[in-house]
Design a protein around this ligand. Structure first.
Ligand code: SF4
Length: 350
């Protein structure tokens, strides 16, 4: 592999002048807040995360508060952010930190990575931002920047990731960079890590790339070879399987019946409409418009049916089935997946 270049110095100089400095989770060394933001930012836009982040901190100001909360409450606050396994892992991780690390996140990436939901790149980001550690990150944005700048022209694979990790480690901001820029090493590492994230989210984004303003334009292999739009190479398209679901929406007196989903599978442990019809119900089901909902590896085709049940039937539900009758006032207490929430909003608005 070639020697380290001046990549890190360019990133730091650019970040200090043009990068983001006032995101709500910046300017803190509180590992809990940094961890929370890093998990929320996975596959989610900054603008969306800001609201959820503030709301979570209001309910759970520290890791012990989050660990002590019931999972249902965490899922309810997470509802709408998607990728719900993140919320379950978040809760599990908080409980581990509270019980095994005395409520303080460990400092080293190799310790952080043992916690549920924390991968290698997230562990490095937490260690850098909270503790000033010397660790390389490699999330989707950083892979794109490195692939383009260093001309990594290969289909996504474990071997390609390994190669990119090698580049990320080789190019990491180090003591020589700190000396050349006359700055503190830990401050430089934070600026460098943030700079990589900022560049990948702005100038070197997937489609609206702005190379003319990029601090790497004179050395960028993709730009020199006319490959900016082609790198990083994409995975061959796979056919997304379609999953058909039927929702039976039982309604009584303006309230709707929800049941917790099983612990494994789609939307595990969240509240949703039953997928099986109850044995009893005298009323004729009414078809609501069909819906589609895209998950990472599946396309859901949902057929919702609305059934108005009598008081007697409603009582049988409460007695015989695990679930709750929700009204518009208490709906926020139950974490529901997006299509279920859309139906709830629709039915409470008519
Ligand atoms: S020059 Fe363009 S493609 Fe290269 S790193 Fe900068 S923004 Fe990305």
């Amino acid at each position: 592999m070639p020697k380290k270049s001046n990549f890190a110095a360019h990133i730091v100089q650019w970040q200090r002048q043009f990068g983001r400095h006032d995101l709500p989770w910046q300017n803190t060394t509180d590992a809990y807040k940094i961890w929370l933001s890093e998990i929320m930012l996975q596959q989610t836009q900054v603008a969306t995360v800001k609201t959820y982040y503030a709301n979570f901190l209001q309910h759970f100001p520290d890791v012990n508060a989050l660990a002590a909360a019931p999972l249902d409450q965490v899922l309810a606050l997470w509802a709408g952010l998607g990728y719900y396994s993140r919320a379950r892992n978040l809760h599990h991780c908080a409980q581990t930190v509270a019980s095994q690390w005395q409520g303080r996140f460990p400092e080293r990436p190799e310790q952080l990575i043992t916690l549920k939901g924390i991968g290698a790149s997230t562990a490095a980001a937490i260690a850098v931002f909270a503790y000033g550690a010397s660790a390389a990150i490699l999330d989707g944005n950083v892979k794109r920047v490195l692939s383009r700048r260093f001309g990594v022209d290969a289909a996504p694979s474990a071997a390609n990731d390994k190669w990119l990790w090698g580049i990320a480690q080789r190019e990491l901001f180090n003591a020589a960079d700190a000396k050349a820029l006359d700055m503190n090493l830990a401050a430089g590492l934070k600026s460098y890590t943030q700079g990589l994230m900022d560049l990948g989210a702005s100038l070197c984004s997937r489609s609206k790339t702005l190379c003319h303003a990029c601090p790497l334009q004179n050395e960028c292999a993709a730009l020199a070879r006319g490959l900016v739009a082609d790198l990083p190479r994409k995975k061959a398209k796979t056919i997304v399987p379609i999953v058909h679901l039927t929702f039976f929406i039982y309604r009584h007196n303006g309230r709707l019946w929800l049941e917790p989903r099983p612990a494994a599978g789609i939307w595990a442990q969240m509240y949703a409409f039953p997928e099986n019809a109850a044995h009893m119900h005298a009323a004729q089901p009414k078809a609501l418009p069909a819906m589609s909902h895209k998950l990472t590896h599946r396309l859901l085709k949902i057929e919702p049916w609305l059934i108005d049940v009598s008081s007697e039937e409603a009582l049988t539900f409460s007695k015989n089935r695990a679930g709750v009758w929700i009204a518009s006032e208490n709906q926020a207490d139950f974490g529901t997946p997006k299509p279920v929430q859309d139906l709830i909003n629709h039915l409470f608005s008519i």
